[in-house]
Design a protein around this ligand. Structure first.
Ligand code: AMP
Length: 116
């Protein structure tokens, strides 16, 4: 279990901006863009993308649909946005409860080059 389970149970505070039966969305505490929201599965703890089972594959679609709905609702879907999932150390994953980052609100720099 990670701190994201505590956010789901409302045991630690978060700015929750999206919720449905399977997905919770809340603002990242250390935003890397003007809009930075994390979307997580509420009912299953999957540490990394590498742990995802075929029976759980629909959850990734649910996270993406939640992010897209949020972008439309907040009015920046047409301007654009980025979704990111970090898997393990080389991607800088720090919380081992699978999550999708939604980044938006500015022209985002390119990525993929080694940072260290
Ligand atoms: P990752 O690096 O992909 O594992 O992303 C984890 C994200 O969780 C980071 O962007 C953190 O800033 C964010 N984070 C950590 N603790 C909290 C928290 N209590 N509330 C909201 N976001 C958090």
């Amino acid at each position: 279990e990670t701190l994201f389970s505590k956010i789901i149970r409302r045991e630690i505070p978060a700015t929750i901006v999206y919720e449905d039966d399977e997905v919770l969305g809340f603002k990242d505490i250390a935003p890397q863009a003007p809009v930075h929201v994390l979307f997580i599965p509420k009912n299953e703890i999957i540490p990394t993308l590498d742990d995802l089972q075929p029976s759980q594959a629909h959850l990734i679609g649910k996270l993406a649909l939640a992010a897209a709905e949020y972008a439309r609702r907040e009015g920046f879907a047409q301007d654009g946005y980025r979704i990111v999932m970090n898997c393990r150390e080389d991607a800088g994953q720090t919380v081992f409860h699978i999550h999708m980052h939604l980044l938006a609100g500015a022209q985002l720099g390119h990525f993929g080059t080694p940072g260290r």
